[in-house]
Design a binder for this molecule. Structure first.
Ligand code: SAH
Length: 388
C-alpha cells in the first residue's frame, strides 16, 4: 500500500524506477484497452472486468490477491505488467477540510489533486497535464509553463489514490461523488489520455460515476469539444471569462485561435448532440475592474441566449506576482443579479482550500526552486505586460 509521507520529495524521486513505463501499467487501461490486451495474451475478454474491479474497486496493486485469476496468468501479468499509482510527495489538509495531494509523476515532475468535501458531496479536482501551454494571464499554472501530457494511468491514478486515502477513514466518512478535470492543464489538448480516464470514471466496474458527475473543463479548444461528443457522455464546462473577443483574447490567449463565434458554435453542437445532458456550465473568473462590469453581464446574456447553460462566477484567486485582484463581493453579486434576473442560473463558487493554495488557478505542482519560480513569474509578468 501507499505510504503517506510528507516533504520527502528528493529521496522519493530518487527511489522511483528509472523507467516506470518499461512494463505496461494496467491502471491506465479502460475496459476496451484491457479487453484488447487480454485478447493479445490469448485470454478471454472477461478478464478485463475482473482486473477493473480488483484495481479500481478493491484498490489492489499486486497480483497475488487476485485469486479468481489462474496462478499462471497472475505470474505472467506480474512479468509484463504493473499496477502503479502515482507517489504522494505531500499531503495538506485545509482548515475547511479540503485536501491537496502533490503527486510525483515519472520524469521528476509533480501534479496536484484536490478533494473538496461539501455537505452532501465530495468533489475531486484532477490534473490532466504537467503545467499548461495556454498561458491564461490570470492562472498560476501558466507561470510554470508546459512540461508534458499526463498518461491515462497518471490521470486515473489521482482518482485511485484519493479513493484509497478517503477509504482509510483519516478524513472522516468521505467519498468521491464528483470528479472535475479542473486541475492543472487543458484536458482537451490531451484527449488521447483523458478519454480512457473518462471511460473508467463512468464504468460501473471502476468508479461508476453518472455522466453529470464527471466534468471536463476547457479553455475553449474547439476541435476537442467536437471530439468529446464521440467520447463517454460527461458534463462540459467552458472557461469563458469575457463576453467579447477583445477582452477574452487578453485573458485567454487561446481565444485568438478559436474566437467566441467558433467556440459558441461548438458549444451548440455539443448540446444538440447530447440528448441527455443538454446544458453547459460557463465559468467566469471575476477579476476586479477587468471583466466584472455589469454591462459585460448584459453582453454575456446576449452571447449565451438560446443556449441551455448555467453560469458559475469564480472569485479570482490571487497568487504571488499577479497584477490582478479579486472583484469585491458586491460587484460579483451585482453581476449575478443581472444574469439571474434574466433567467440564467448563476452560482458563485465558494473558494475552498485557500490556506493551502488549493483553490482554482492556484495549482502549480511546487517543484521549482525559488529562483526558477522567480524567473517564471517574471516571464509571466512580461507576457502580461504585452497582452493586457
Ligand atoms: N484548462 C482548463 C481547466 C483548468 S482551469 C480550463 O481552462 O477550463 C479550471 C478553472 O479555474 C478554469 O475555469 C480557470 O479559468 C479557473 N481559474 C484559473 N485561474 C484562476 C484564478 N487565479 N482564480 C480563479 N479561477 C481561476
Amino acid at each position: 500500500m501507499m505510504s503517506y509521507t510528507h516533504d520527502n520529495f528528493p529521496e522519493k524521486v530518487a527511489q522511483m524506477p528509472a523507467s516506470p513505463r518499461e512494463k505496461l501499467n494496467l491502471l491506465g487501461l479502460d475496459r476496451a484497452g484491457l479487453e484488447a490486451f487480454f485478447s493479445d495474451l490469448g485470454e478471454r475478454p472477461y478478464r478485463a472486468r475482473q482486473i477493473l474491479q480488483w484495481v479500481h474497486q478493491r484498490g489492489v496493486t499486486s497480483y497475488e490477491p487476485m485469486t479468481d485469476l489462474a496462478r499462471k496468468l497472475r505470474q505472467r501479468l506480474a512479468e509484463i505488467t504493473m499496477i502503479q499509482p502515482p507517489t504522494v510527495l505531500k499531503e495538506q489538509v485545509s482548515a475547511d477540510g479540503t485536501v491537496k495531494w502533490l503527486l510525483a509523476v515519472a520524469g521528476g515532475n509533480a501534479v496536484e489533486t484536490v478533494f473538496i468535501p461539501e455537505p452532501r458531496r465530495g468533489t475531486l479536482c484532477i490534473s490532466s497535464q504537467v503545467g499548461c501551454m495556454l498561458n491564461c494571464t490570470f492562472c498560476s499554472t501558466a507561470t510554470q509553463g508546459f512540461n508534458r501530457n499526463l498518461t491515462c494511468a497518471e490521470i486515473i491514478g489521482q482518482v485511485w489514490l484519493a479513493t484509497q486515502a478517503l477509504a482509510s477513514g483519516r478524513f472522516g466518512d468521505r467519498r468521491i461523488t464528483n470528479v472535475v478535470l479542473m486541475g492543472m492543464g487543458e484536458p482537451l489538448l490531451n484527449l488521447n489520455n483523458v478519454a480512457p480516464a473518462l471511460a473508467l470514471l463512468r464504468d460501473d466496474l471502476a468508479y461508476g460515476l453518472a455522466a453529470k458527475r464527471v466534468t471536463v473543463s476547457t479553455a475553449g479548444v474547439v476541435p476537442g469539444i467536437d471530439q468529446l461528443r464521440e467520447c463517454e457522455e460527461i458534463a462540459l464546462a467552458v472557461s469563458l471569462h469575457a463576453p467579447n473577443d477583445e477582452l477574452r483574447s487578453r485573458l485567454v490567449p487561446l481565444n485568438r485561435k478559436y474566437p467566441l463565434a467558433e467556440l459558441m458554435a461548438a458549444c451548440r453542437r455539443f448540446v444538440d448532440h447530447d440528448r441527455r445532458l443538454r446544458s453547459i456550465t460557463f465559468e467566469y473568473t471575476m477579476i476586479d475592474g477587468v471583466n466584472d462590469d455589469p454591462r459585460l453581464a448584459r453582453d454575456l446574456l446576449k452571447l449565451l441566449s438560446g443556449l441551455p447553460c448555467k453560469l458559475n462566477l469564480i472569485p479570482f484567486n490571487p497568487f504571488p506576482g499577479t497584477p490582478f485582484r479579486t472583484s469585491p463581493m458586491e460587484r460579483i453579486l451585482a453581476f449575478q443579479e443581472v444574469t439571474r434576473s434574466a433567467g440564467l442560473i448563476t452560482t458563485i463558487r465558494k473558494t475552498r482550500g485557500e490556506d493551502i493554495d488549493a483553490a482554482c488557478g492556484q495549482l502549480v505542482g511546487k517543484l521549482m526552486s525559488p529562483s526558477q519560480r522567480r524567473l517564471m513569474v517574471q516571464q509571466q509578468l512580461a507576457r502580461q505586460a504585452v497582452a493586457v
